[in-house]
Design a protein around this ligand. Structure first.
Ligand code: UGA
Length: 424
């Protein structure tokens, strides 16, 4: 049965969730405080780079299943379900800042229909489902935790083909009502208590970050013992208990989720009296990885980058997104700039100037007169560029490939010196 749903917040989680729910046949009203953004979305204009989202937004707007408004009370009054998709930024002590979600809950509370279900999509510390319940100030509605597992760049695909749907709720009937929204998705559906659902989200993100830090640490060992991390990971991944996913070495992990969620989980554990040393180590390895990559660039530049131009390909925290939040690339660049380098960067999704970086619109132009080229984001198109032209543009043909993306044999044939991650 199709339902009417209000989605509060049109960031990448809210917009993807609302749009995909509309695609599944529900009537969805997305709410945001940003008047211009709402006006753009009403015209079918999507403000973020997210594969497949434009088409689905336009489809929803055309069919009438998907509408956008700044009027929260009006949207909430007609909706059986209200999704909270507002940010939970990191507070100063590493804890999640709940002010947005509390404010949203306080605002919607008086307008909710009796028996309405408030769905918590924002990543919130354990116990927040109850905090939201209290902020609503209503005894006749339900609050359900329904964490999202959407990756930027493949969020639509992840929503429509999830590995699992997790519902955290103390009331079985409310859980079943929410579950009915996802009936057409072929995914295991799990109902648990709110605290477990909230923990599943943090523990999953922290585990994935752990996998990456682990492989980056293994890569450091590979360099020291003369092994090739790509082969090591391939060999490890055939073991079904390990798998091949999320074992790509690189310049460290970043983005709007892993850094914030690992720190929040460390903080949650600390508050609860557990010292999560393992996860602290995961964060330390990641910080060290930024420095290790910067050092590789210094070495490739002959021991110093001071006064030299360094060409960078890739600024976003990963490929197929335009998101720069907590980007490992920017972390590496920050270290190079602190050592006196002039950084000239190209990224297919970034067309504005950034503080301390000269951003250019051409990958070859970025290399013009540069001492070293460093690849920091795994954009596929970098692999197919003309490396004779790159060699001609650089002062010396030297590449640091921090994503092990390029064909290093073909580069070496062209006279390049190539430094990767975890391979000689
Ligand atoms: C992550 C999770 O993967 C999603 O499941 C989760 O829903 C989301 O956070 C969230 O909490 O909202 P996302 O931040 O979009 O998604 O990005 P990922 O694809 O997980 O990548 C995170 C970082 O790890 C990137 O910097 C990426 O380059 C790096 N990474 C990833 C590696 O260095 N190696 C890998 O093998 C995989």
């Amino acid at each position: 049965m199709d339902s009417t749903i209000a989605v509060i917040g049109t960031g990448y989680v809210g917009l993807t969730t609302g749009t995909c729910l509309a695609h599944l046949g529900h009537t969805v009203i997305c709410v945001d405080v940003d008047v211009e953004k709402v006006a753009g979305l009403q015209r079918g204009e999507v403000p973020i780079l997210e594969q497949g989202l434009d088409e689905l937004v336009q489809e929803g707007v055309r069919s009438g299943n998907l509408t956008f408004t700044t009027d929260t009370p009006a949207a909430v009054k007609v909706s059986e379900f209200v999704y909270l998709c507002v940010p939970t930024p990191q507070g100063e002590d590493g804890s999640a800042d709940l002010s947005y979600i509390q404010e949203a809950a306080t605002q919607i509370g008086p307008h909710l229909q009796p028996e309405a279900i408030v769905v918590n999509k924002s990543t919130v510390p354990v116990g927040s489902t109850r905090v939201v319940g209290a902020a609503l100030g209503r005894g006749d509605v339900y609050v359900v935790s329904n964490p999202e597992f959407l990756r930027e760049g493949s969020a639509v695909q992840d929503f429509l083909h999830p590995d699992r749907v997790v519902i955290g709720c103390d009331d079985q009937a409310a859980a079943v009502r929410l579950a009915s929204l996802y009936l057409s998705l072929a995914a295991p559906l799990m109902v648990t208590d709110p605290a477990s659902a909230e923990t599943i989200k943090y523990a999953s993100n922290a585990f994935l970050a752990t996998k990456i830090s682990y492989v980056n640490a293994v890569a450091a060992v590979c360099e020291a013992v003369g092994a090739d991390v790509n082969d090591v990971v391939l060999g490890m991944g055939y073991d079904k208990r390990i798998g091949h996913e999320f074992l790509r070495p690189g310049p460290g992990w970043g983005g709007s989720c892993f850094p914030k969620d690992t720190r929040a989980l460390i903080h949650i554990a600390e508050e609860a009296g557990y010292d999560f040393d393992l996860l602290k180590g995961v964060v330390t390895v990641n910080d060290e990885q930024f420095a290790r990559v910067a050092n590789k660039v210094v070495e490739a530049a002959g021991g110093s980058v001071a006064g030299k131009t360094i060409a960078v390909w890739g600024l976003t925290f990963k490929a197929r997104t335009d998101d720069l939040r907590e980007s490992p690339s920017l972390e590496v660049i920050k270290r190079l700039v602190a050592l006196g380098a002039h950084v000239r960067a190209f990224d297919p999704a970034v067309h504005r100037q950034l503080e301390g970086i000269e951003v250019v619109d051409d990958p070859y132009g970025a290399c013009d007169g540069a001492e070293v080229l460093v690849v920091l984001t795994e954009w596929d198109e970098f692999r197919w560029l003309d490396f004779d032209k790159v060699a001609a543009a650089l002062r010396q043909p030297a590449v640091v490939d921090a994503r092990n993306l390029l064909d290093r044999q073909s580069l070496r044939r062209r006279g390049f010196t190539v430094a990767g991650i975890g391979r000689l």
